[in-house]
Design a protein around this ligand. Sequence first.
Ligand SMILES: Nc1ncnc2c1ncn2[C@@H]1O[C@H](COP(=O)(O)OP(=O)(O)OP(=O)(O)O)[C@@H](O)[C@H]1O
Ligand code: SF4
Ligand SMILES: [Mg+2]
Length: 328
Amino acid sequence: MQRMNSSNNIVLSVEGLKKYFPVRRGFLQKVFGWIRAVDGVDFDIEKGKTLGLVGESGCGKSTASRLILKLLEPDEGKIVFQGRDISRFSQKQMKPLRKEMQVIFQDPYGSLNPRMTAGESIEEGLRASGVGDRGERKNRVEELLEMVGIAASSADRYPHEFSGGQRQRIGIARALSVEPSLIICDEPVSALDVSIQAQVINLIKELQTRLGLSYLFIAHDLNVVGYVSDTVAVMYLGHIMEYAPADELYENPLHPYTLALLSAVPVPEPDHRRELKTLSGDVPSPLDPPPGCRFQGRCSLVEDRCRKEEIGFYHASEKHRVRCWKVI
Ligand SMILES: Nc1ncnc2c1ncn2[C@@H]1O[C@H](COP(=O)(O)OP(=O)(O)OP(=O)(O)O)[C@@H](O)[C@H]1O
Ligand code: SF4
Ligand SMILES: [Mg+2]
């Protein structure tokens, strides 16, 4: 595939990434099918920028992030992080890189140890990466808490003493403690009250500007993704369906799936209301999908060709590509 950006300003580059999970049945646990969770995914994340990865539940977003973090081994494809191909790196080779890539999870309660105070949770990361003595670490913990909008005096409190939004802030402080260059935000606000979501998203954006962080921002809500991202990748059943700069995707969305996702996003001015193309039915299973376009079963534009041949990418512009032959 033609790369969109050949500059060395890329912090992470993923090419042809694949992960299939076997589905086993019966006494002998024979493999009877494969879940094509991530099926040939390509994207780049530029330094200091955000790539938004959006799609419905089960489309492969978290699997893609676990492959990047090398918590799962890819079946195929290349992962280049800070100029190094880490696709085949062992756990030992990954160890010095671990602090460079941090994760913020959806469930801030589950990701914090309930028996550790906020300060201890943050300090753990500092200690693991050999930061300073006890006093220096204490100062750094206080600095990090204040950076995410939590009073330094709260360092001795336990996770259950904080609200969901505050716990997510502590999770962010912990991720920041080791000074990473890339943060994977996997649905970081989905579990929070709507009233708190904007505050946490704004904090994530502010920290990016302040610290020059790069993000892979995963969500199922195109509204949230569009707000935080420079570039958006729309994913469906293991495939990227559309990939474009965020503003271009909003001005000229092309893929029928992107249009369906956008129709679920409220548009403030009634005159600009997009034609409603609601998604019908559940997301089909990624278990042994039929040949052709993955979206064929839900697409109002489907034709014979979509069922017969693999659909590749078509370019709407240099930086805008779409996996559909009918819309270009
Ligand atoms: N370890 C595993 N073994 C078998 N199947 C798996 C495994 N991990 C994920 N899957 C399957 O792979 C597909 C993609 O899952 P994944 O968790 O990546 O989706 P997701 O896009 O993150 O969804 P969500 O929005 O619900 O978090 C799903 O069908 C899931 O059931
Ligand atoms: S390739 Fe065919 S089925 Fe797929 S999105 Fe385009 S028109 Fe719809
Ligand atoms: Mg997920």
